[in-house]
Structure formats: structure tokens, C-alpha cells
Design a binder for this molecule. Sequence first.
Ligand code: THU
Length: 127
Amino acid sequence: MTTAINWDELKRLASEVRQHAHAPYSQFRVGAALQAGGKTFVGCNVENASYPVGLCAERSALAAAIAAGCRDLEALVIAADRPITPCGMCRQALSEFTDELPIVMISDSLEAHATLSQIFPDPFEIG
Ligand code: THU
């Protein structure tokens, strides 16, 4: 069953968690709020001195949702300096669980909309 989506709350949470981003190398802070199974999970980017170790905000939120047993992804908000789409790795990660995820990308003053299937129509699958 799909729960109603409170976009305003997801936007608030994505902007809030963005403040916790650890981005000393890129200075590019990202926050994500993911609604899954009727609950909300947040994540921020967590960079590392060994650059490839860094984690994106979207996969951070996704891991929290999956760890909580909430696999029914319903809505994603990404907050950054400007509206950004998820990187390719995050698109593939999200597509493991859904293909019709509505995504809202925000900055302080701008907003853009997409669905995962629009921006990642052909994910890799085994079998
Ligand atoms: N980043 C995200 O967290 N999400 C994205 O969709 C794109 C990029 C992070 C990774 C890195 O910490 C910083 O933004 C600059 O690439």
C-alpha cells in the first residue's frame, strides 16, 4: 500500500540533514530524504580522505531504509546548492528496489522534478 507523500516535510528533512554532510574535500553538501514503507529516512554525503570511499546522500538514505526493512520506495527529495539529479551509481542503487520513484531536487530557491525511470530507463539487472 502506498502512503501519501508529504513533500514539504521531505524537503525540510533533506535540507536539514544536508547540514550534517561531511564534505571537506568537495565543499558540496548534499542531503536526501527518502520515504519508504510510509516512513522517512535521511542521508547526507560522507566524504573520506581516500576519495572513492565517500558515500552519496542518496545511498546513505537508501541504506537506512533497507536496514529498517522498508523496501517500498515512495518518494525522494535531494537538497544541494542547486537542484541535482542522483549520480549514476545512486540511480543504479535505487533502481534495485523501484523504477517509478518520484524525485524532487531542490536548492534554497529552485526545484526540479523527475522520476527514476525518466533519468535511468535501462538499469543493469542480472538474469
Ligand atoms: N554527491 C551526492 O551525495 N549525491 C549526488 O547525487 C551527487 C554527488 C556527493 C558526492 C560528493 O561527496 C559530493 O557530492 C561531490 O561530488
